[in-house]
Design a protein around this ligand. Structure first.
Ligand SMILES: *[C@@H]1O[C@H](CO)[C@@H](O)[C@H](O)[C@H]1NC(C)=O
Ligand SMILES: *[C@@H]1O[C@H](CO)[C@@H](O)[C@H](O)[C@H]1NC(C)=O
Ligand SMILES: *[C@@H]1O[C@H](CO)[C@@H](O)[C@H](O)[C@H]1NC(C)=O
Ligand SMILES: *[C@@H]1O[C@H](CO)[C@@H](O)[C@H](O)[C@H]1NC(C)=O
Ligand SMILES: *[C@@H]1O[C@H](CO)[C@@H](O)[C@H](O)[C@H]1NC(C)=O
Ligand SMILES: *[C@@H]1O[C@H](CO)[C@@H](O)[C@H](O)[C@H]1NC(C)=O
Ligand SMILES: *[C@@H]1O[C@H](CO)[C@@H](O)[C@H](O)[C@H]1NC(C)=O
Ligand SMILES: *[C@@H]1O[C@H](CO)[C@@H](O)[C@H](O)[C@H]1NC(C)=O
Length: 661
């Protein structure tokens, strides 16, 4: 904290409040999708995260890096489980299945297998939808149940009539528990009768169980996590990940064509965050997610670079470009006249989606540098740009490096900047974006405070959770982005989700586990939500005391909403005292006009955070209704280390002429 700030503010009376006037003209129209997020599959945030599937390792998918196994499964009633690669698998994509046999000598009674879920399963009195595939001659019924892993209490069960044959067949069921389980330490059990086995055992695969999903989508999203994300008021989704798109090596990049169609035709892939991904959340599910949350899709296409630093030589870039064009055609192509559009239609999606933003690669300045980055500048990016501009001229292309990564961005293209910084770096960089010209359109595709001030960067020094001081700094950074929102395409916190049972990166905006009651909104969630809840359609100039462009310790932006109301957003950083403000919108002149002021403050300790284990929310949100004094002036003060938004109740009446640059 700065002693002179204390001195300055100690003498300030309301009459010394900072007088600011928001002009009615001279603003700039903002880009339409300011706040959004990247879906990065950080260590089970897709599987065992936002993707609602409850069964872990449902189809024994494997790869060279993560060979197929029986993780998550255990035998019940003396069954013997073995992983089998059969000559007739259920599909080419799923070569392995589980074989369930009674132990030697057991000819009667039930046998089966249990799944532990992703560190437990939430069991409530609601409808679960399940299915499994079975192969082997059997006379009898199957029974499925949801049980406590601790007491064995059965919360719900269902019978599925057999028989089964030597052909793989799918069995579907619904299961409605009679009551809520007291905790999430539950398992799913599938059983059958040993005496009904004609050939000694059964093979099973693709054993799946879904709770109700967000907006009731089949194969959809986990409700509480999706609602927590929707609560952030996002407007775009960048997918299918950052690093996840690149893959570990040139063989395991994100293969969009292996994420589509029936689940039995999806082989899964070796993820980049230490586990095999199911790809149940595939490219179409991402677009359904966009539809259900009204998000603009930003599609990332693989650009020929893998995380191990290897990249495609110039002679091979052509097929990667074609592969991306095919992906676009699959999503937007006409069902009757294009090859991939017809494939989409054959999967049950005749109507094309509309894709307006495509990002070429992810962080192509980083892996394998400098050669990887050189190849991006010299031939990889140019090849994609040429092909996309020819075929899809209306698409806004985004280069994965930004001007801040030393990329000269060609006219008409945007860059993607990923600031992972300390709070001080965000705040001292407040004017950094002001230098962008209209030819430097920039997406802030990933951003968050990750290191404390003065800490060692990138050497295992990530903070354990988003913390209040870091969140306020992010807020001030977002305010700086909004000042330049005619050239900033949007901003996203990243990454978004972490399963508290196993994770690799600690700064995520939402933390969760199997039990929805543990879903925890971080301090940053509150800051991003507040700023995203008041969207400025046109920025407006503010007259403030001369010589203080950002009025440190007060950082602000002002503008007009689509509805015409006036908006003022501000953050206070590095101050021990509140900052008094006298704010006037030129268009509002009468005494008694009203405005709503929302202020977020944090705990006394700026390192305080929202801990998913104690579940105490350290963020305090206060709402007040202000009434303007003579001349329409709103007087209020903004506390130390806080983020605040004021929105007028009435329209700013003076005409406002946006200038699109
Ligand atoms: C239930 O599971 C949680 C983790 O989800 C664990 O912390 C807890 O100890 C378990 N409870 C019991 C009684 O085993
Ligand atoms: C998907 O596309 C990649 C790249 O063309 C190809 O190697 C792979 O075999 C395809 N997968 C399937 C299942 O066709
Ligand atoms: C998640 O990350 C941790 C830490 O890197 C790792 O130990 C763990 O194996 C990962 N989880 C899975 C399911 O791979
Ligand atoms: C595609 O063909 C079907 C069947 O012939 C027809 O009903 C539909 O209108 C066609 N769609 C377009 C976009 O031409
Ligand atoms: C897709 O969206 C863009 C931008 O909003 C629009 O210009 C274009 O007409 C749309 N295309 C279709 C096929 O809807
Ligand atoms: C912004 O774009 C201009 C024109 O393309 C370019 O000269 C300039 O270097 C870019 N700015 C930055 C910060 O790279
Ligand atoms: C905040 O104050 C500290 C201590 O005086 C100083 O080192 C730091 O640069 C300040 N940060 C900003 C963003 O002004
Ligand atoms: C609008 O853009 C112009 C030209 O870049 C700039 O000078 C002005 O400061 C911007 N206005 C606001 C309110 O940001």
């Amino acid at each position: 904290m700065r002693p002179h700030a204390l001195l300055f503010l100690a003498v300030s009376a309301p009459s010394l409040a900072i007088e600011m006037v928001v002009r009615s003209t001279g603003g700039n129209a903002t880009t339409p999708h300011m706040y959004g997020f990247l879906h990065e599959d950080i260590n089970n945030s897709g599987d065992g995260g936002i993707y609602a599937e409850l069964i872990r390792n449902r189809a024994f998918q494997g790869s060279e890096k993560y060979p197929s196994n029986l993780d998550g499964w255990s035998p019940v009633h003396d069954a013997i489980l073995s992983l089998k690669k059969l000559s007739t698998p259920i599909s080419a994509a799923l070569p392995y299945s589980v074989n369930v046999a009674p132990r030697e000598g057991k000819t009667k009674g039930k046998i089966g297998l249990a799944n532990a879920g992703f560190w437990g399963m939430d069991v409530k009195a609601q409808k679960y939808t399940g299915s499994f595939w079975v192969q082997g001659t059997y006379k009898g019924d199957f029974q499925v149940s949801l049980k406590s892993a601790i007491t064995g209490e059965v919360f719900g069960a269902a019978k599925i009539s057999g028989p089964s044959t030597s052909e793989w067949t799918e069995k579907r069921f619904e299961l409605v528990p009679e009551k809520n389980a007291p905790n999430s330490n539950n398992t799913f059990v599938l059983e059958f009768d040993a005496e009904g086995l004609m050939e000694g055992s059964l093979n099973l695969n693709l054993i799946s169980l879904f709770p109700p999903t967000y907006k009731d989508r089949k194969n959809g999203l986990r409700v509480d996590i999706a609602e927590a994300l929707a609560g952030l008021k996002p407007t775009f989704l960048r997918f299918p990940g950052g690093n996840a798109l690149e893959g570990n090596d040139l063989n395991s990049f994100y293969k969009w064509n292996e994420t589509i169609g029936p689940l039995k035709d999806r082989p899964g892939m070796a993820g980049v965050w230490n586990y095999q991904m199911t790809n149940g959340l595939g490219i179409i599910e991402y677009l359904e997610w966009c539809e259900d949350m009204n998000l603009e899709p930003i599609l990332g296409v693989w650009a020929g670079l893998a995380l191990d630093g290897n990249f495609l030589p110039e002679s091979e870039i052509g097929w990667a470009v074609q592969y991306a064009l095919d992906e676009l055609e699959f999503l937007v192509g006409d069902a009757n006249t294009t090859k991939w559009g017809a494939v989409r239609a054959s999967l049950g999606y005749p109507k094309p989606w509309n894709i307006t933003y495509v990002e070429i690669g992810n962080e192509d300045w980083l892996a394998g540098r400098p050669a990887g980055f050189e190849s991006y500048k010299r031939y990889r990016f140019p090849a994609f740009k040429k092909a996309f501009e020819e075929k899809y001229p209306h698409i806004q292309l985004i280069s994965s490096p930004s001007v801040f990564d030393d990329m000269v961005i060609p006219k008409g293209v945007a860059g993607d900047w990923h600031p992972y910084l300390t709070p001080d770096e965000f705040v001292t960089g407040f004017n950094k974006l002001d230098g962008l010209t209209k030819d430097n359109l920039t997406l802030i595709g990933e951003a968050s405070s990750v290191h404390p001030n003065g800490g060692i960067k990138w050497e295992g020094q990530l903070m354990p959770f988003p913390w209040w001081g870091g969140s306020v700094a992010e807020g001030i950074f977002l305010i700086s982005a909004e000042r330049n929102a005619d050239r900033i395409l949007g901003a996203a916190f990243a990454p978004i989700l972490r399963n508290m049972n196993q994770w690799q990166w600690s700064i995520t905006i939402i933390q969760h586990a199997a039990d929805p009651a543990l879903t925890t909104l971080s301090t940053s969630w509150y800051v991003w939500r507040l700023l995203a809840s008041h969207i400025i359609k046109t920025t407006l100039p503010v007259s403030a005391p001369p010589g203080k462009p950002n009025l440190d310790p007060l950082y602000y932006v002002a503008g007009q909403s689509a509805a015409g109301t006036g908006i003022f957003k501000a953050g206070v950083y590095n101050s021990t005292e509140s900052v008094p403000v006298s704010l006037k919108f030129e268009g509002i002149t009468k005494k008694g006009a009203t405005a709503k002021l929302t202020v977020l403050t944090g705990p006394a300790d700026p390192y305080g955070y929202n801990d998913p284990f104690t579940r105490v929310n350290v963020v305090k949100e206060t709402h007040s209704e202000l009434s303007a004094g003579p001349g329409g002036v709103f007087d209020f003060s903004i506390p130390p280390l806080s983020v605040a938004v004021l929105e007028t109740s009435e329209r700013i009446k003076a005409p406002c002429r946006p200038r699109r640059k």
